[in-house]
Structures are given as structure tokens and as C-alpha cells.
Design a protein around this ligand. Structure first.
Ligand code: PMP
Length: 352
């Protein structure tokens, strides 16, 4: 007998990127938005203090209505949670627990953690040589979890390919989960496929596109049947995942479409400029449909380059978890000024 349950003992927790508290860094390691949230967010949460005495709306009705409106869906097709991490966790519980779930071998590293937590068998499928997703490899007659654009590679799977995967899953009575954390920076998204597939669940976040990482708001879009399953899991865990401030802030943010699109356009322009400069310097960079770039350092391990950047006050992310990831750095796209600094530093450290 031990104090800890067998469940607690067999967990392998996720490791998040560093959040420095003392030193001021150019912080390009956790894919946050470099710009502040819409000014409408401050207006929306001012004056809510008195209402904090009361529990929030457990169904986040006003927020779901706003998300539905902006997405061309009904509120019954929308579920909200405490960050998309929570929505993903509920999704693994609702659709994959006790089953096999296929996913690319290189993707968001929280997926195997949730699979382990909820007793799902996780089937990693190798990405192709160029880090694109092998759709045929993922067709195994079981549910699939995929991030599109993928992380940490930034590569985008075209929607016709995603449609093939959704159809395969549908034929096998299985859910296809598409994590669109970075869709705001991509050319297209899976939203139109919701009209065709009742087994498709799209998960999104306010953390990147809406500059609300500190508020913790994520959501899922799917058929009412899938949304209902998420609600059942939520109500078996925490009926009030979203507090009043988060609901009001996220609603204001998503309705300010012009502001969000403007910030995304600046990020995309800074991303492309950085990519062109790195390529011109002979550095390998994957094409990106996200707010980060996957950059190859020299040699088999980029940890020295990450450390050198850190010493210059720039934080980027290095993944030591696999030999294939080790030569690469994931660099979040910051302001134009941040990108000028990090691009110069990367060229200095990588081109030796
Ligand atoms: N999905 C992917 C692919 C991500 O990179 C992240 C950010 N770490 C998340 C989901 C989680 O985002 P959040 O919990 O902040 O909504």
C-alpha cells in the first residue's frame, strides 16, 4: 500500500515551457501573442467585482453564443473550458478513454499524457521525412487526434487531406479531434468540414490568437452529440470551469474580429520576414502556418544554441525528447522588433 493511487503513480506529466519570474527576457518560448488583448476586454471585465460573489454561468451561454455567431454555428455546437488543455483532456476522456487513439509521433506532447491519464492506448504514427502528416498512416480504423497546424513543426495539413481522415474515422464510428490552437495564423481551417461530419471535433484556444493565455479559455466545436459528451465529462469533474472574468473577457475578445485579425496579420508578416532572412542565411526553417518557426540549428543538438540565446536574454523552446526534434528550436513570433533581435542572434549562433 502507498499513499498514492496506482493512477497517480503511473502518470507521466507534461512539461510546460519556462515562465520566468525574475529576469526580463524576450520571451519566445510558449507561443503567446506579443500584443495585448483587444481594448474591449478591459471594458468587459471592469465592474464585475461585485458579481464575483456569485457562481458563474456554468454553460457560459453568452460566450458560447458569441463563438457560435463568429463561427456560423449554433450554441449547441460549442463547448467552453478552462484553456484548450482542459477541453482536450475532457475530449480524451469523452472519446478515447479505454480505446486506441492514433496521433502523429511528433505533435503536441500533452496528447500522450492525457491518453495515459484516461487509459487510452496511444498509437504514434511517424511524420514523413519533411515533417508533414502521413494521413494514410493515421488511418487505422480508430479515433485520431491531430493538431493542425501541427506543433512544434508549424506545418499545415491541407483541408482535403483532413477530409479524407474525417471520412475514414466516420466509416469506423470514430471521432477525429483536430486541435486548431494555431488556426488564426493558417491559410484555412476545418470549420467547413463540420457541415459534413458529425464525428469531427475542433478544439481552439484564446491563448494565442486572442492574447488571453493568462485567462485560460478554450473551446470545442462539433455536433451537438459530441458537445453533449463533453458536458457529461465536465459535470463529472467541475461544473464551473470558466469564471466570470474569463467568460466576459473571451466574449469581448472574440467579437472584436478586426483587432484579432490585425494582430494575426502582423504576426504572420513578422514570421515570413524572419523565415526569409534565416533562409537567405542558409538556415533550414520549416514553412509555418502558426505563430512560431521551427528552425534547425547546426549539429545534432540545438541545446547549445538555445543556451546561447538565453544568455543574450532570448528564450526559445528546445525539445530534447527525441533525436528527430533535438537539432531544432521552436521560436515564437514576437513583435517586429523582437524578431529583428532573435533573427540576428540565430544567424550569429547557427552560421558559424
Ligand atoms: N494545443 C496546442 C497544439 C498547443 O500548442 C497549446 C499550447 N501549449 C495548447 C493546445 C493549449 O493551449 P491553452 O491550454 O493555453 O488553451
Amino acid at each position: 500500500m502507498s499513499y498514492e493511487s496506482d493512477l497517480a503513480l503511473r502518470l507521466t506529466p507534461y512539461t510546460a515551457g519556462e515562465q520566468p519570474r525574475d529576469r526580463q527576457f524576450i520571451k519566445l518560448n510558449t507561443n503567446e501573442n506579443p500584443y495585448p488583448p483587444s481594448p474591449r476586454v478591459a471594458e468587459a471585465i471592469a465592474g464585475l467585482t461585485d458579481s464575483l460573489r456569485l457562481y458563474p454561468d456554468m454553460e457560459a451561454t453568452a460566450l458560447r453564443e458569441a463563438i457560435a455567431e463568429v463561427s456560423g454555428l449554433t450554441p449547441e455546437q460549442v463547448f467552453c473550458g478552462n484553456g484548450s488543455d482542459e477541453v482536450l483532456a475532457f475530449s480524451f476522456a469523452a472519446f478515447f478513454a479505454g480505446r486506441t487513439v492514433a496521433a502523429p509521433d511528433i505533435t503536441y506532447s500533452f496528447y500522450p499524457v492525457y491518453a495515459n491519464l484516461f487509459g487510452a492506448r496511444y498509437e504514434p504514427t511517424p511524420l514523413r521525412e519533411d515533417f508533414t502528416v502521413d494521413v494514410d498512416g493515421l488511418m487505422r480504423g480508430c479515433p485520431v487526434a491531430i493538431a493542425n497546424p501541427n506543433a512544434p513543426t508549424g506545418r499545415f495539413l491541407p483541408i482535403p487531406e483532413l477530409r479524407r481522415l474525417a471520412a475514414h474515422c466516420h466509416d469506423h464510428g470514430a471521432v477525429l479531434l483536430v486541435d486548431e490552437a494555431y488556426a488564426a495564423f493558417a491559410p484555412e481551417n476545418a470549420l467547413p468540414l463540420l457541415r459534413e461530419f458529425d464525428n469531427l471535433l475542433i478544439v481552439r484556444t484564446f491563448s494565442k490568437s486572442h492574447a488571453l493565455a493568462g485567462m485560460r479559455v478554450g473551446y470545442a466545436l462539433g455536433s451537438p452529440r459530441l458537445i453533449d459528451a463533453l458536458r457529461r465529462v465536465r459535470d463529472s469533474f467541475n461544473s464551473y470551469p470558466l469564471d466570470r472574468l474569463a467568460q466576459a473577457a473571451a466574449r469581448a475578445a472574440i467579437l472584436d474580429v478586426a483587432y484579432t485579425d490585425g494582430c494575426a496579420a502582423r504576426v504572420i508578416a513578422a514570421r515570413e520576414r524572419c523565415r526569409e532572412r534565416l533562409e537567405a542565411a542558409g538556415i533550414d526553417v520549416l514553412p509555418s502556418a502558426t505563430n512560431f518557426l521551427f528552425v534547425r540549428a547546426d549539429g545534432a543538438d540545438a541545446s547549445d544554441a538555445a543556451q546561447a540565446l538565453r544568455e543574450e536574454g532570448i528564450l526559445v523552446r528546445h525539445f530534447a525528447s527525441s533525436a528527430r526534434l533535438r537539432p531544432w528550436l521552436r521560436v515564437t513570433v514576437g513583435t517586429e522588433e523582437d524578431m529583428e533581435t532573435v533573427t540576428n542572434a540565430l544567424i550569429r549562433h547557427i552560421c558559424r
